[in-house]
Design a protein around this ligand. Structure first.
Ligand code: PEP
Length: 257
């Protein structure tokens, strides 16, 4: 039986005091339910303080793969682990330069150049340091309309998992996030999201198919979460906009119970 996991991705939102307040409110509303694991991924600046709250699980929105060295502006998995961070999101579509809603000049897309190879390096580094990796995969609208959803996602999964043994992958969490559903208010139909999550499961090593958790992400909110999370192959959610307000996110987390 897979324990559901619901994680909030705050992206580049919130000032410090609001971040602390939101975590306090969220924990007051949800507490420590045994049925669901949950947490938030705040901006890096707030990780240390939110870990010290010692309430909800705290994750990073990205991670580098080297332990230390001349890598200006990056944060290593060793540093995150040392701080008490539990999760790391890897390969979010916004970091791959694949946006559901383009909010940057197209000429700057090269600044968001996560690839399947960097996802693989980051995944290996997270697993080596005991961080729970949340690897994001998903198709763009153009890829879906061209009938390429399954092949695009299959390629992202095999690229991410390359060279890793079954034993190393046991804590892996995958988030199926159709790019066209992220931040757009256009949620994927629950049956279709479940079909893609089942397809992802079939791409996993046989020994892990029953245990690896696969989240759905893309415009999850308190009104649609229960239907999504009750699907047989959806084990919770990765939630952006609806994780910013504690009362909304608390409802989303409780929808997984
Ligand atoms: C996300 O950022 O991963 C996400 C799913 O965002 P939203 O819930 O706002 O669509």
């Amino acid at each position: 039986m897979r324990k559901k996991i619901v994680i909030g991705n705050w992206k580049m939102n919130k000032m410090r005091s609001d971040a602390i307040e939101t975590v306090k409110e969220l924990y007051a509303a949800v507490g420590d339910p045994s049925e669901v694991e949950y947490g938030v991924c705040p901006p890096f600046l707030y990780l240390s303080e939110l870990v010290r709250e010692n309430t909800v699980g705290i994750g990073a929105q990205d991670v580098f793969w080297k332990d230390s060295g001349a890598f200006t502006g990056f944060t290593s998995p060793a540093m995150l682990k040392d701080l008490g961070v539990k999760y790391a999101i890897i390969g979010h579509s916004e970091r791959r330069g694949r946006f559901g809603k383009l909010e940057v000049p197209e000429s700057t897309i090269g600044s968001f150049a996560e690839t399947d190879e960097t996802v693989n390096l980051k995944l290996k580094a997270c697993l080596a340091h005991g961080l729970i990796p949340i690897v994001c995969v998903g198709e763009t609208l153009a890829e879906r309309e061209a009938g390429k959803t399954d092949s695009v996602i299959g390629g992202q999964i095999s690229g991410a998992l390359a060279g890793l043994s079954d034993a190393e992958l046991d804590t892996l969490v995958i988030a199926y996030e159709p790019v066209w559903a992220i931040g757009t208010g256009k949620v994927c139909d629950a049956a279709e999201a479940n079909r893609v999550c089942a397809m992802i499961r079939s791409c996993l090593p046989a020994s892990l198919r029953g245990s690896i958790r696969i989240q759905y992400g893309g415009s999850v909110n308190p009104a649609n979460a229960r239907e999504l999370f009750s699907q047989s192959d959806i084990d919770g959610g990765l939630v952006g906009g609806a994780s910013l307000k504690a009362s909304d996110f608390a409802e989303v987390v409780r929808a997984a119970i």
